[in-house]
Design a protein around this ligand. Structure first.
Ligand code: GRF
Length: 202
């Protein structure tokens, strides 16, 4: 363990290919951080297997298990603090974070979204729904957005965007693949810049 490297918790709900990109970036020295914890709201998310393969601690967070949303938030915050987490990367996490967590990590939480926000964001706009809507509206470009996360879906200051073209023959799957490739490149680089204090986010 390198004590100079800040610890990051990565939150997932699914496959975790962006989690893998973050892990790979730490090994390639693109990201000077340690993935200290992976949190999932789904016990069967494949991303948990990726974490276990790398000996990364995991925590299944099912907020309904707790007596109240406040209790759930307190527990999650306790786990993050116990693990000395300094940054949070929402990586395909399909829930809002509890208020306590957001308040305790100001400007330290980022989310990745597979479209050019502010278009195609908000509740229900995730995964294939995003790419379907982009194609249906005959957009000529889509892309990736990484932004600071807060208590509203896909809100918060945009830190970086990368555009990709939308082809006339695209399906949601082919577009998702093109976008995902850029996600894997962009996410670790934005996190690195945030850690280095290279964004003007006062
Ligand atoms: C990505 O497209 C990400 O932008 C979105 O959810 C998807 C997660 O994919 N928020 P993965 O689990 O990282 O493979």
């Amino acid at each position: 363990m390198d004590i100079m490297k800040p610890k990051v918790a990565v939150f997932i709900s699914g496959g975790g290919s962006n989690l893998q990109a973050l892990i790979d970036a730490t090994k390639a020295n693109i990201l000077s951080a340690e993935i200290g914890l992976v949190v999932s709201n789904k016990s069967k998310a494949f991303g948990l297997t990726r974490a276990k393969n790398e000996n990364i601690k995991t925590f299944i967070f099912k907020s309904k298990k707790y007596l109240s949303p406040e209790d759930a938030g307190d527990k999650l915050l306790e786990i993050l603090k116990e693990n000395n987490i300094e940054y949070i990367a929402l990586s395909g996490y399909l829930r809002l974070l509890p208020k306590q967590v957001i308040e305790n990590y100001p400007k330290k939480i980022i989310n990745i979204h597979p479209a050019l926000l502010p278009k195609y964001g908000g509740k229900g706009m995730y995964g294939h729904f995003v790419h379907e809507a982009v194609i249906k509206n005959k957009e000529i470009e889509s892309g990736v957005t990484v932004h600071l996360a807060d208590e509203i879906y896909d809100n918060g200051k945009i830190l970086a965007q990368v555009k990709v073209p939308v082809m006339t023959e695209d399906t949601p799957e082919s577009l998702a693949e093109r976008v995902l490739k850029q996600e894997h490149r962009l996410f670790p680089r934005v996190l690195q810049k945030l850690i280095k204090g290279e964004y003007n986010i006062e």
